[in-house]
Design a protein around this ligand. Structure first.
Ligand code: FES
Length: 81
């Protein structure tokens, strides 16, 4: 299903970009702007934003995993700087 008609972005494109971002950084906050950038595109009219956000909310990659291992990794990174 096409979500953004200005940039021809499909729901599958949004989910793939979100999966890629989550795999690259488990702690990242995923925003529509980051998805546009990951797809090499820019928003135009913004009319798709409500559907864009709904599509994002339906992806399992939207949530930042809050498990103990992530917290340990984050603490390790901050103490090694
Ligand atoms: S429909 Fe997405 S920017 Fe216009």
């Amino acid at each position: 299903m096409i979500v953004c008609h200005c940039q021809n972005i499909r729901d599958t494109d949004i989910h793939a970009a979100m999966d890629w971002m989550r795999a690259a950084d488990s702690d990242t906050i995923i925003t529509p702007g980051k998805i546009y950038r990951a797809l090499g595109k820019r928003a135009d009219c913004g009319g798709c934003l409500p559907l864009f956000l709904d599509t994002m909310a339906n992806s399992p990659s939207i949530e930042v995993p809050a498990n103990l291992q992530n917290l340990r990794d984050r603490k390790k990174r901050s103490t090694s700087r």
